[in-house]
Design a protein around this ligand. Structure first.
Ligand SMILES: Nc1nc2c(c(=O)[nH]1)N[C@H]1C(S)=C(S)[C@@H](COP(=O)(O)OP(=O)(O)OC[C@H]3O[C@@H](n4cnc5c(=O)[nH]c(N)nc54)[C@H](O)[C@@H]3O)O[C@H]1N2
Ligand SMILES: Nc1nc2c(c(=O)[nH]1)N[C@H]1C(S)=C(S)[C@@H](COP(=O)(O)OP(=O)(O)OC[C@H]3O[C@@H](n4cnc5c(=O)[nH]c(N)nc54)[C@H](O)[C@@H]3O)O[C@H]1N2
Ligand SMILES: [Mo]
Length: 686
C-alpha cells in the first residue's frame, strides 16, 4: 500500500506548488498537485509531474566523485565520503593558512528556495570568512526599482485578476512561467476582460490578446513614458490619487513631454496607431491590472524600464483597489528566520558582481581566489559568457560542486558532492508568486550516498573542530525552531496539512495606501535612485548597450538581437537533461532574416558572435520580428551540445546589479557541414 504525503515544489518559480506525493516502500511513485491547497488546487506543471524521472534518473549522481582526467573532460572516479572530506579539509585548511579564508569563493544560487540553505553559513562563518558575489542573475534590477518606487514588492492575490476589465501583460510569459496567475488571466478574458500583450515576440500567453505591441528590445521604458505622456495630455489620470499618494509628479510630467507619440514610435518601432489604440483601451478602463515580467528588465537600462512601467498604474489610480494593480512578484510573506548563524566573521569579501563572475574570478587580489565551492547553482550554463567562465575556472586550484547531476559546472569540479533531492530533506518555503509559507517534507532517504548540504557541512565541520551548534541536523525539530524564532503562528503539524498565510497578508496590496518609501508615497521622483545608484531620480530613458544605436560597430557584424526566454519544459537549466524533456536545441528566426541568409526551415545554423558560437535548428516563424532571434534558455553542453550563454556578455543592469542577458547581438549563418563537432542527441521531446 502506498502513503500520500504533502510537500511543496521549492524551485525558483512563481508557482511554489503544493504537492501530494505517493510513496510506497521508500520509493516515490507519483507526484501531483495538492487538490485541497489554495495555492494550486491540484494544478502543477509537466516538470513537477515528472519529478520521479528526475529522482530515479540513471544519470543521478549517487556517490562522491574525484576528478581523474583533465579538468572539464568529465572523467571521475568514485571515492568514499571519508576520502572526500579528508581531501576537502586538507585543501581548504592549506589555502586558508597560506592565503586567508577569502581565497575561497562560496557561490550559491537558487536551485531551490527555502531557509535551510542558510546551513552553509554555519560552516563558512566559522571558516573565518570567504569571498562572495553580489547582485543577481534574475530580477534584482526590478526588485530594486519597485522597492524604490512603491517601498515593497507585492501584488493583489492572483484570483483578483478575475475582477479586472483590462489586463496588460508586459514582458511576461505566465503561460509558461507562472501558470497559476495565467489561469486567472484566462478566466478574466473568458468573462470579457480585454487583454493587451507587450512583448518583443508573439509569446505563449498572448494568444487571446485584443492588442499586441512589439517594441524593439530594451525600449520599453521609452514606450512607458510615451504612454504616460498621452495619458496626461488626454487627462486620463486620477488627479486625486496623484495628489494624495504620489511624489514628484510635476517633474515626471516635464520629463514625459520629451516623449511625444512620433518619437516614441520611432524609438520603439511600434506603429503610432497601436500606441493610440492602447491609450483608447486605457481610456475605457483606467482601472486595470499590469502584469510585468522579468524579460523586460534583462537589459542595462532594466531598472529604469521597470520604474517607468510600474508608475503607469499609479497615474490612473490603479493601486490599492480590487480588479487592478501592478503585478511583478509577491513578497509579502515574512522570510523565515534562520536561528543558527554563528557570529559573522570580519572577512567576508563581497567583491564579485554575479553577472561578472567570468571576468572577475581571476582578477581578485590580496588574496586571489584559489578555490570555489558551488552549490545549488549551475554557473557554467546559467551565467553570462560561459566560454570566458570556463577559462577562469580552469585557472583555479580547487573546485568543489554539490549537485544531483553531472552538469556543465560539476563537470569542471575536482570533487563532486552528490546532493539530496527536494524529497530527501525538510525545508520551509516562501515563494514569490503568492504569499503562503509551506513545509517541504523529507519523504524518502537520499539514494546511494547522496547527502543534504546540512549533513555535508556537519561532517566537514567536525574535521575542522567547529561548533556543531550552528550546524543543526535536518529534521523536524530544526524546522520547529525556525518557525518559533520567526513568530509564525503555526507549527509543523499544521503545516503538514496546509499552507500558512501570514495574518497581516493583504489580499489587496497597498489597500491601506501606505507606501514604505522615504516620502510615504509612490515615487515618480526617487532621491534614493540618485543616492544609491547615481542614476536619474526620474525614470529617464537611455538606450541599452549592444544594439544598433549604442554599438553600431558590433551591430554591423552581428545585426540580430538574441533573446532567451524561460521554457515550459525546463526550470532554468534543470530538467532539460531528462530523456523525456530532451529536444534538439532550436532558434526562432523571421522568414525575411532567414531568406537573406539562404536559411530554410529546420536547417542547422551557426549562431555566433565574438564570445562564442553554437549550432541550433532554425525554426522560421513570424512570431519573431526581423532583427530578433529568439529561443529558450536552459540547454546545456553535456546534455545538448548547446549552451546559450556562450554568446551572452557580462553586462550589469543600471541598478540592483542585475544581469543584462538580452543585450546580446549575434549573426546567424547556415551551418557548413564541417562546423558540426558532434551529433546532437535527439530523443522524444514534448
Ligand atoms: N541566457 C539566459 N540566461 C539566464 C536567464 C535567461 O533568461 N537567459 N535567466 C537567469 C535566471 S532568471 C536565473 S534565476 C538563473 C538561474 O541560474 P541558477 O540559479 O544557477 O539555476 P539552475 O541553472 O537551475 O542551476 C541549479 C543547479 O542546482 C542543482 N540542484 C538542484 N537541486 C539541488 C540541491 O538540492 N542541492 C544542490 N547542491 N544542487 C541542486 C541543479 O541540478 C542545477 O544544476 O539563470 C539565469 N540565466
Ligand atoms: N516553466 C518555467 N517556469 C519558470 C522558470 C523556468 O525556467 N521555466 N523560471 C522561473 C524564473 S527563475 C524566472 S526569473 C521567471 C521568468 O519568467 P518571466 O517573467 O515570464 O520571464 P522571461 O521568460 O525571461 O521573459 C518573459 C517575456 O519577456 C519577453 N521579452 C524579452 N525582452 C523583452 C523586451 O525588451 N521587451 C518586452 N516587452 N518583452 C521582452 C520575452 O520574449 C518573454 O516572452 O520564471 C520562473 N518560472
Ligand atoms: Mo530567475
Amino acid at each position: 500500500m502506498f502513503k500520500t504525503i504533502n510537500s511543496v515544489c521549492p524551485k525558483d518559480c512563481f508557482g511554489s506548488c503544493s504537492l501530494e506525493v505517493d510513496v510506497e516502500k521508500g520509493k516515490i511513485i507519483k507526484v501531483r498537485g495538492n487538490r485541497n491547497s489554495p495555492v494550486n488546487q491540484g494544478r502543477i506543471c509537466t516538470k513537477g509531474m515528472h519529478y520521479p524521472n528526475m529522482l530515479y534518473s540513471p544519470e543521478r549522481l549517487l556517490y562522491p566523485l574525484q576528478r581523474i582526467g583533465k579538468r572539464g573532460k568529465g572523467e571521475f572516479k568514485r571515492i568514499s565520503w571519508e576520502q572526500t572530506l579528508d581531501s576537502i579539509y586538507e585543501k581548504l585548511k592549506n589555502l586558508k593558512e597560506q592565503y586567508g579564508p577569502e581565497s575561497v569563493l562560496y557561490y550559491n544560487r537558487f536551485a531551490n528556495l527555502g531557509v535551510v540553505k542558510n546551513c552553509a553559513y554555519g560552516f563558512w562563518y566559522q571558516f573565518g570568512g570567504f569571498t562572495s558575489t553580489y547582485g543577481g542573475l534574475c530580477d534584482s534590477a526590478a526588485q530594486e526599482a519597485i522597492t524604490l518606487t512603491y517601498g515593497e514588492v507585492k501584488h493583489n492575490e492572483i484570483s483578483d485578476l478575475e475582477n479586472s476589465k483590462l489586463i496588460i501583460l508586459w514582458g511576461s510569459n505566465p503561460a509558461y512561467t507562472n501558470i497559476h496567475l495565467m489561469q486567472h488571466v484566462n478566466k478574466a478574458v473568458d468573462k470579457g476582460a480585454k487583454l493587451i500583450t507587450i512583448d518583443i515576440r508573439e509569446n505563449e500567453s498572448g494568444a487571446k490578446s485584443h492588442l499586441y505591441l512589439n517594441p524593439r528590445p530594451g525600449t520599453d521604458g521609452c514606450l512607458a513614458l510615451g504612454i504616460a505622456s498621452q495619458l496626461i495630455k488626454n487627462n486620463i489620470i486620477d488627479g486625486n490619487f496623484i495628489d494624495q499618494h504620489t511624489f514628484g509628479f510635476a517633474e515626471f510630467k516635464e520629463l514625459v513631454k520629451n516623449f511625444p507619440l512620433e518619437k516614441v514610435s520611432a524609438i520603439t518601432e511600434i506603429p503610432t496607431a497601436k500606441i493610440k489604440s492602447l491609450i483608447n483601451y486605457l481610456r475605457e478602463n483606467p482601472r486595470y491590472a499590469l502584469i510585468c515580467g522579468m524579460g523586460v528588465q534583462r537589459y542595462t537600462n532594466g531598472g529604469q524600464t521597470i520604474r517607468a512601467i510600474s508608475l503607469l498604474p499609479a497615474l490612473t489610480g490603479s493601486i490599492g483597489k480590487k480588479g487592478c494593480g501592478f503585478y511583478f512578484s509577491d513578497r509579502q510573506a515574512p522570510e523565515p528566520n534562520w536561528p543558527f548563524f554563528p557570529p559573522k566573521p570580519k572577512r567576508i569579501r563581497h567583491s564579485i558582481a554575479v553577472a561578472k563572475l567570468a571576468s572577475e574570478l581571476d582578477k581578485q587580489a590580496d588574496p586571489p581566489v584559489k578555490a570555489v565551492w558551488i552549490e545549488q547553482a549551475n554557473p557554467m550554463t546559467s551565467n553570462p559568457n560561459t566560454n570566458l567562465l570556463a577559462r577562469s575556472m580552469n585557472q583555479l586550484d580547487f573546485i568543489v560542486v554539490a549537485d544531483l547531476f553531472l552538469t556543465d559546472t560539476s563537470r569542471m569540479a575536482d570533487i563532486i558532492l552528490p546532493a539530496a533531492s527536494i524529497f530527501e530533506y525538510y525545508d520551509l518555503i516562501t515563494g514569490y508568486g503568492h504569499s503562503y509559507i509551506q513545509l517541504q517534507q523529507k519523504i524518502i532517504e537520499p539514494p546511494g550516498e547522496c547527502k543534504h548540504e546540512s549533513e555535508i557541512y556537519r561532517l566537514l565541520a567536525k574535521k575542522f573542530n567547529f561548533s556543531l551548534d550552528y550546524l543543526p541536523e535536518n529534521n523536524l525539530s530544526t524546522i520547529e525552531k525556525i518557525i518559533n524564532s520567526s513568530n509564525l503562528n503555526t507549527d509543523v503539524d499544521e503545516l503538514k496539512g496546509k499552507p500558512y498565510l501570514y495574518p497581516s497578508y493583504q489580499g489587496i496590496s497597498f489597500g491601506d495606501l501606505k507606501f514604505n518609501t522615504p516620502t510615504q508615497k509612490v515615487e515618480f521622483f526617487s532621491q534614493r535612485m540618485r543616492d544609491r545608484w547615481g542614476e536619474d531620480p526620474l525614470p529617464a530613458y537611455n538606450e541599452p548597450v549592444e544594439n544598433r544605436y549604442s554599438s553600431p560597430n558590433i551591430y554591423n557584424k552581428y545585426p540580430l538581437s538574441l533573446i532567451t526566454s524561460h521554457a515550459h519544459n525546463k526550470m532554468n537549466s534543470q530538467f532539460s537533461s531528462l530523456s523525456i524533456f530532451k529536444e534538439e536545441p532550436f532558434v526562432w528566426i523571421n522568414p525575411d532574416d532567414a531568406a537573406k541568409r539562404g536559411i530554410n526551415g529546420n536547417d542547422r545554423v551557426k549562431v555566433y558572435n565574438e564570445r562564442g558560437s553554437l549550432i541550433l535548428k532554425a525554426i522560421l516563424t513570424k512570431k519573431v520580428p526581423p532583427g530578433i532571434v529568439h529561443t529558450y534558455f536552459g540547454w546545456w553542453d553535456g546534455a545538448h551540445h548547446t549552451s546559450l550563454n556562450k554568446l551572452t556578455g557580462e553586462y550589469v543592469s543600471d541598478i540592483g546589479y542585475g544581469t543584462a542577458f538580452h543585450n546580446c547581438l549575434v549573426e546567424v549563418q547556415k551551418e557548413k557541414k564541417e562546423q558540426r563537432t558532434s551529433p546532437v542527441p535527439v530523443e522524444g521531446g514534448i
